[in-house]
Design a protein around this ligand. Structure first.
Ligand SMILES: [Zn+2]
Length: 126
């Protein structure tokens, strides 16, 4: 019997990388503690990603609200970034009549490669 070949067939634990020596086929973890560690880490990662994105959206929204309050409807991407806006985070994107329309909750704007313009609140549709 070729020991090495048999070895390489064994699955490895997703958490610690050790070979899984026993148990039904298809096992992904060598032990319950590895399984728990793995899932806890995944959960914490998902949670931190969600919080990061929600925080960025919240920041973006407050920047847009401030612009509206100041009656600024057009601003360069550089100035926008200075205010802490991160254009990676929006709640939706549509192509509208050749323009790129972005929304952050109920505030929308068009975006070119250098600036955003026509910043305005989405009107309630009835
Ligand atoms: Zn393990």
């Amino acid at each position: 019997m070729d020991y090495r070949e048999k070895d390489s067939d064994r699955p490895v634990c997703l958490e610690c990388g050790d070979e899984i020596m026993y148990g039904r086929t298809g096992r992904k973890f060598c032990s319950d503690s590895c399984k728990n560690r793995y899932h806890n880490r995944k959960y914490h990662y998902s949670r931190s990603v969600r919080l990061h994105v929600l925080g960025a959206l919240d920041k973006n929204y407050s920047v847009l609200e401030k612009l509206l309050r100041l009656d600024i409807r057009s601003i360069s991407l550089g100035d926008l970034a200075q205010m802490g806006y991160n254009k990676e985070f929006v709640t939706s994107y549509h192509k509208v009549g050749g323009h790129d329309e972005y929304r952050c909750f109920d505030i929308k704007y068009y975006c070119t490669s250098t600036r955003i313009f026509r910043i305005e609140r989405v009107q309630e549709e009835d």
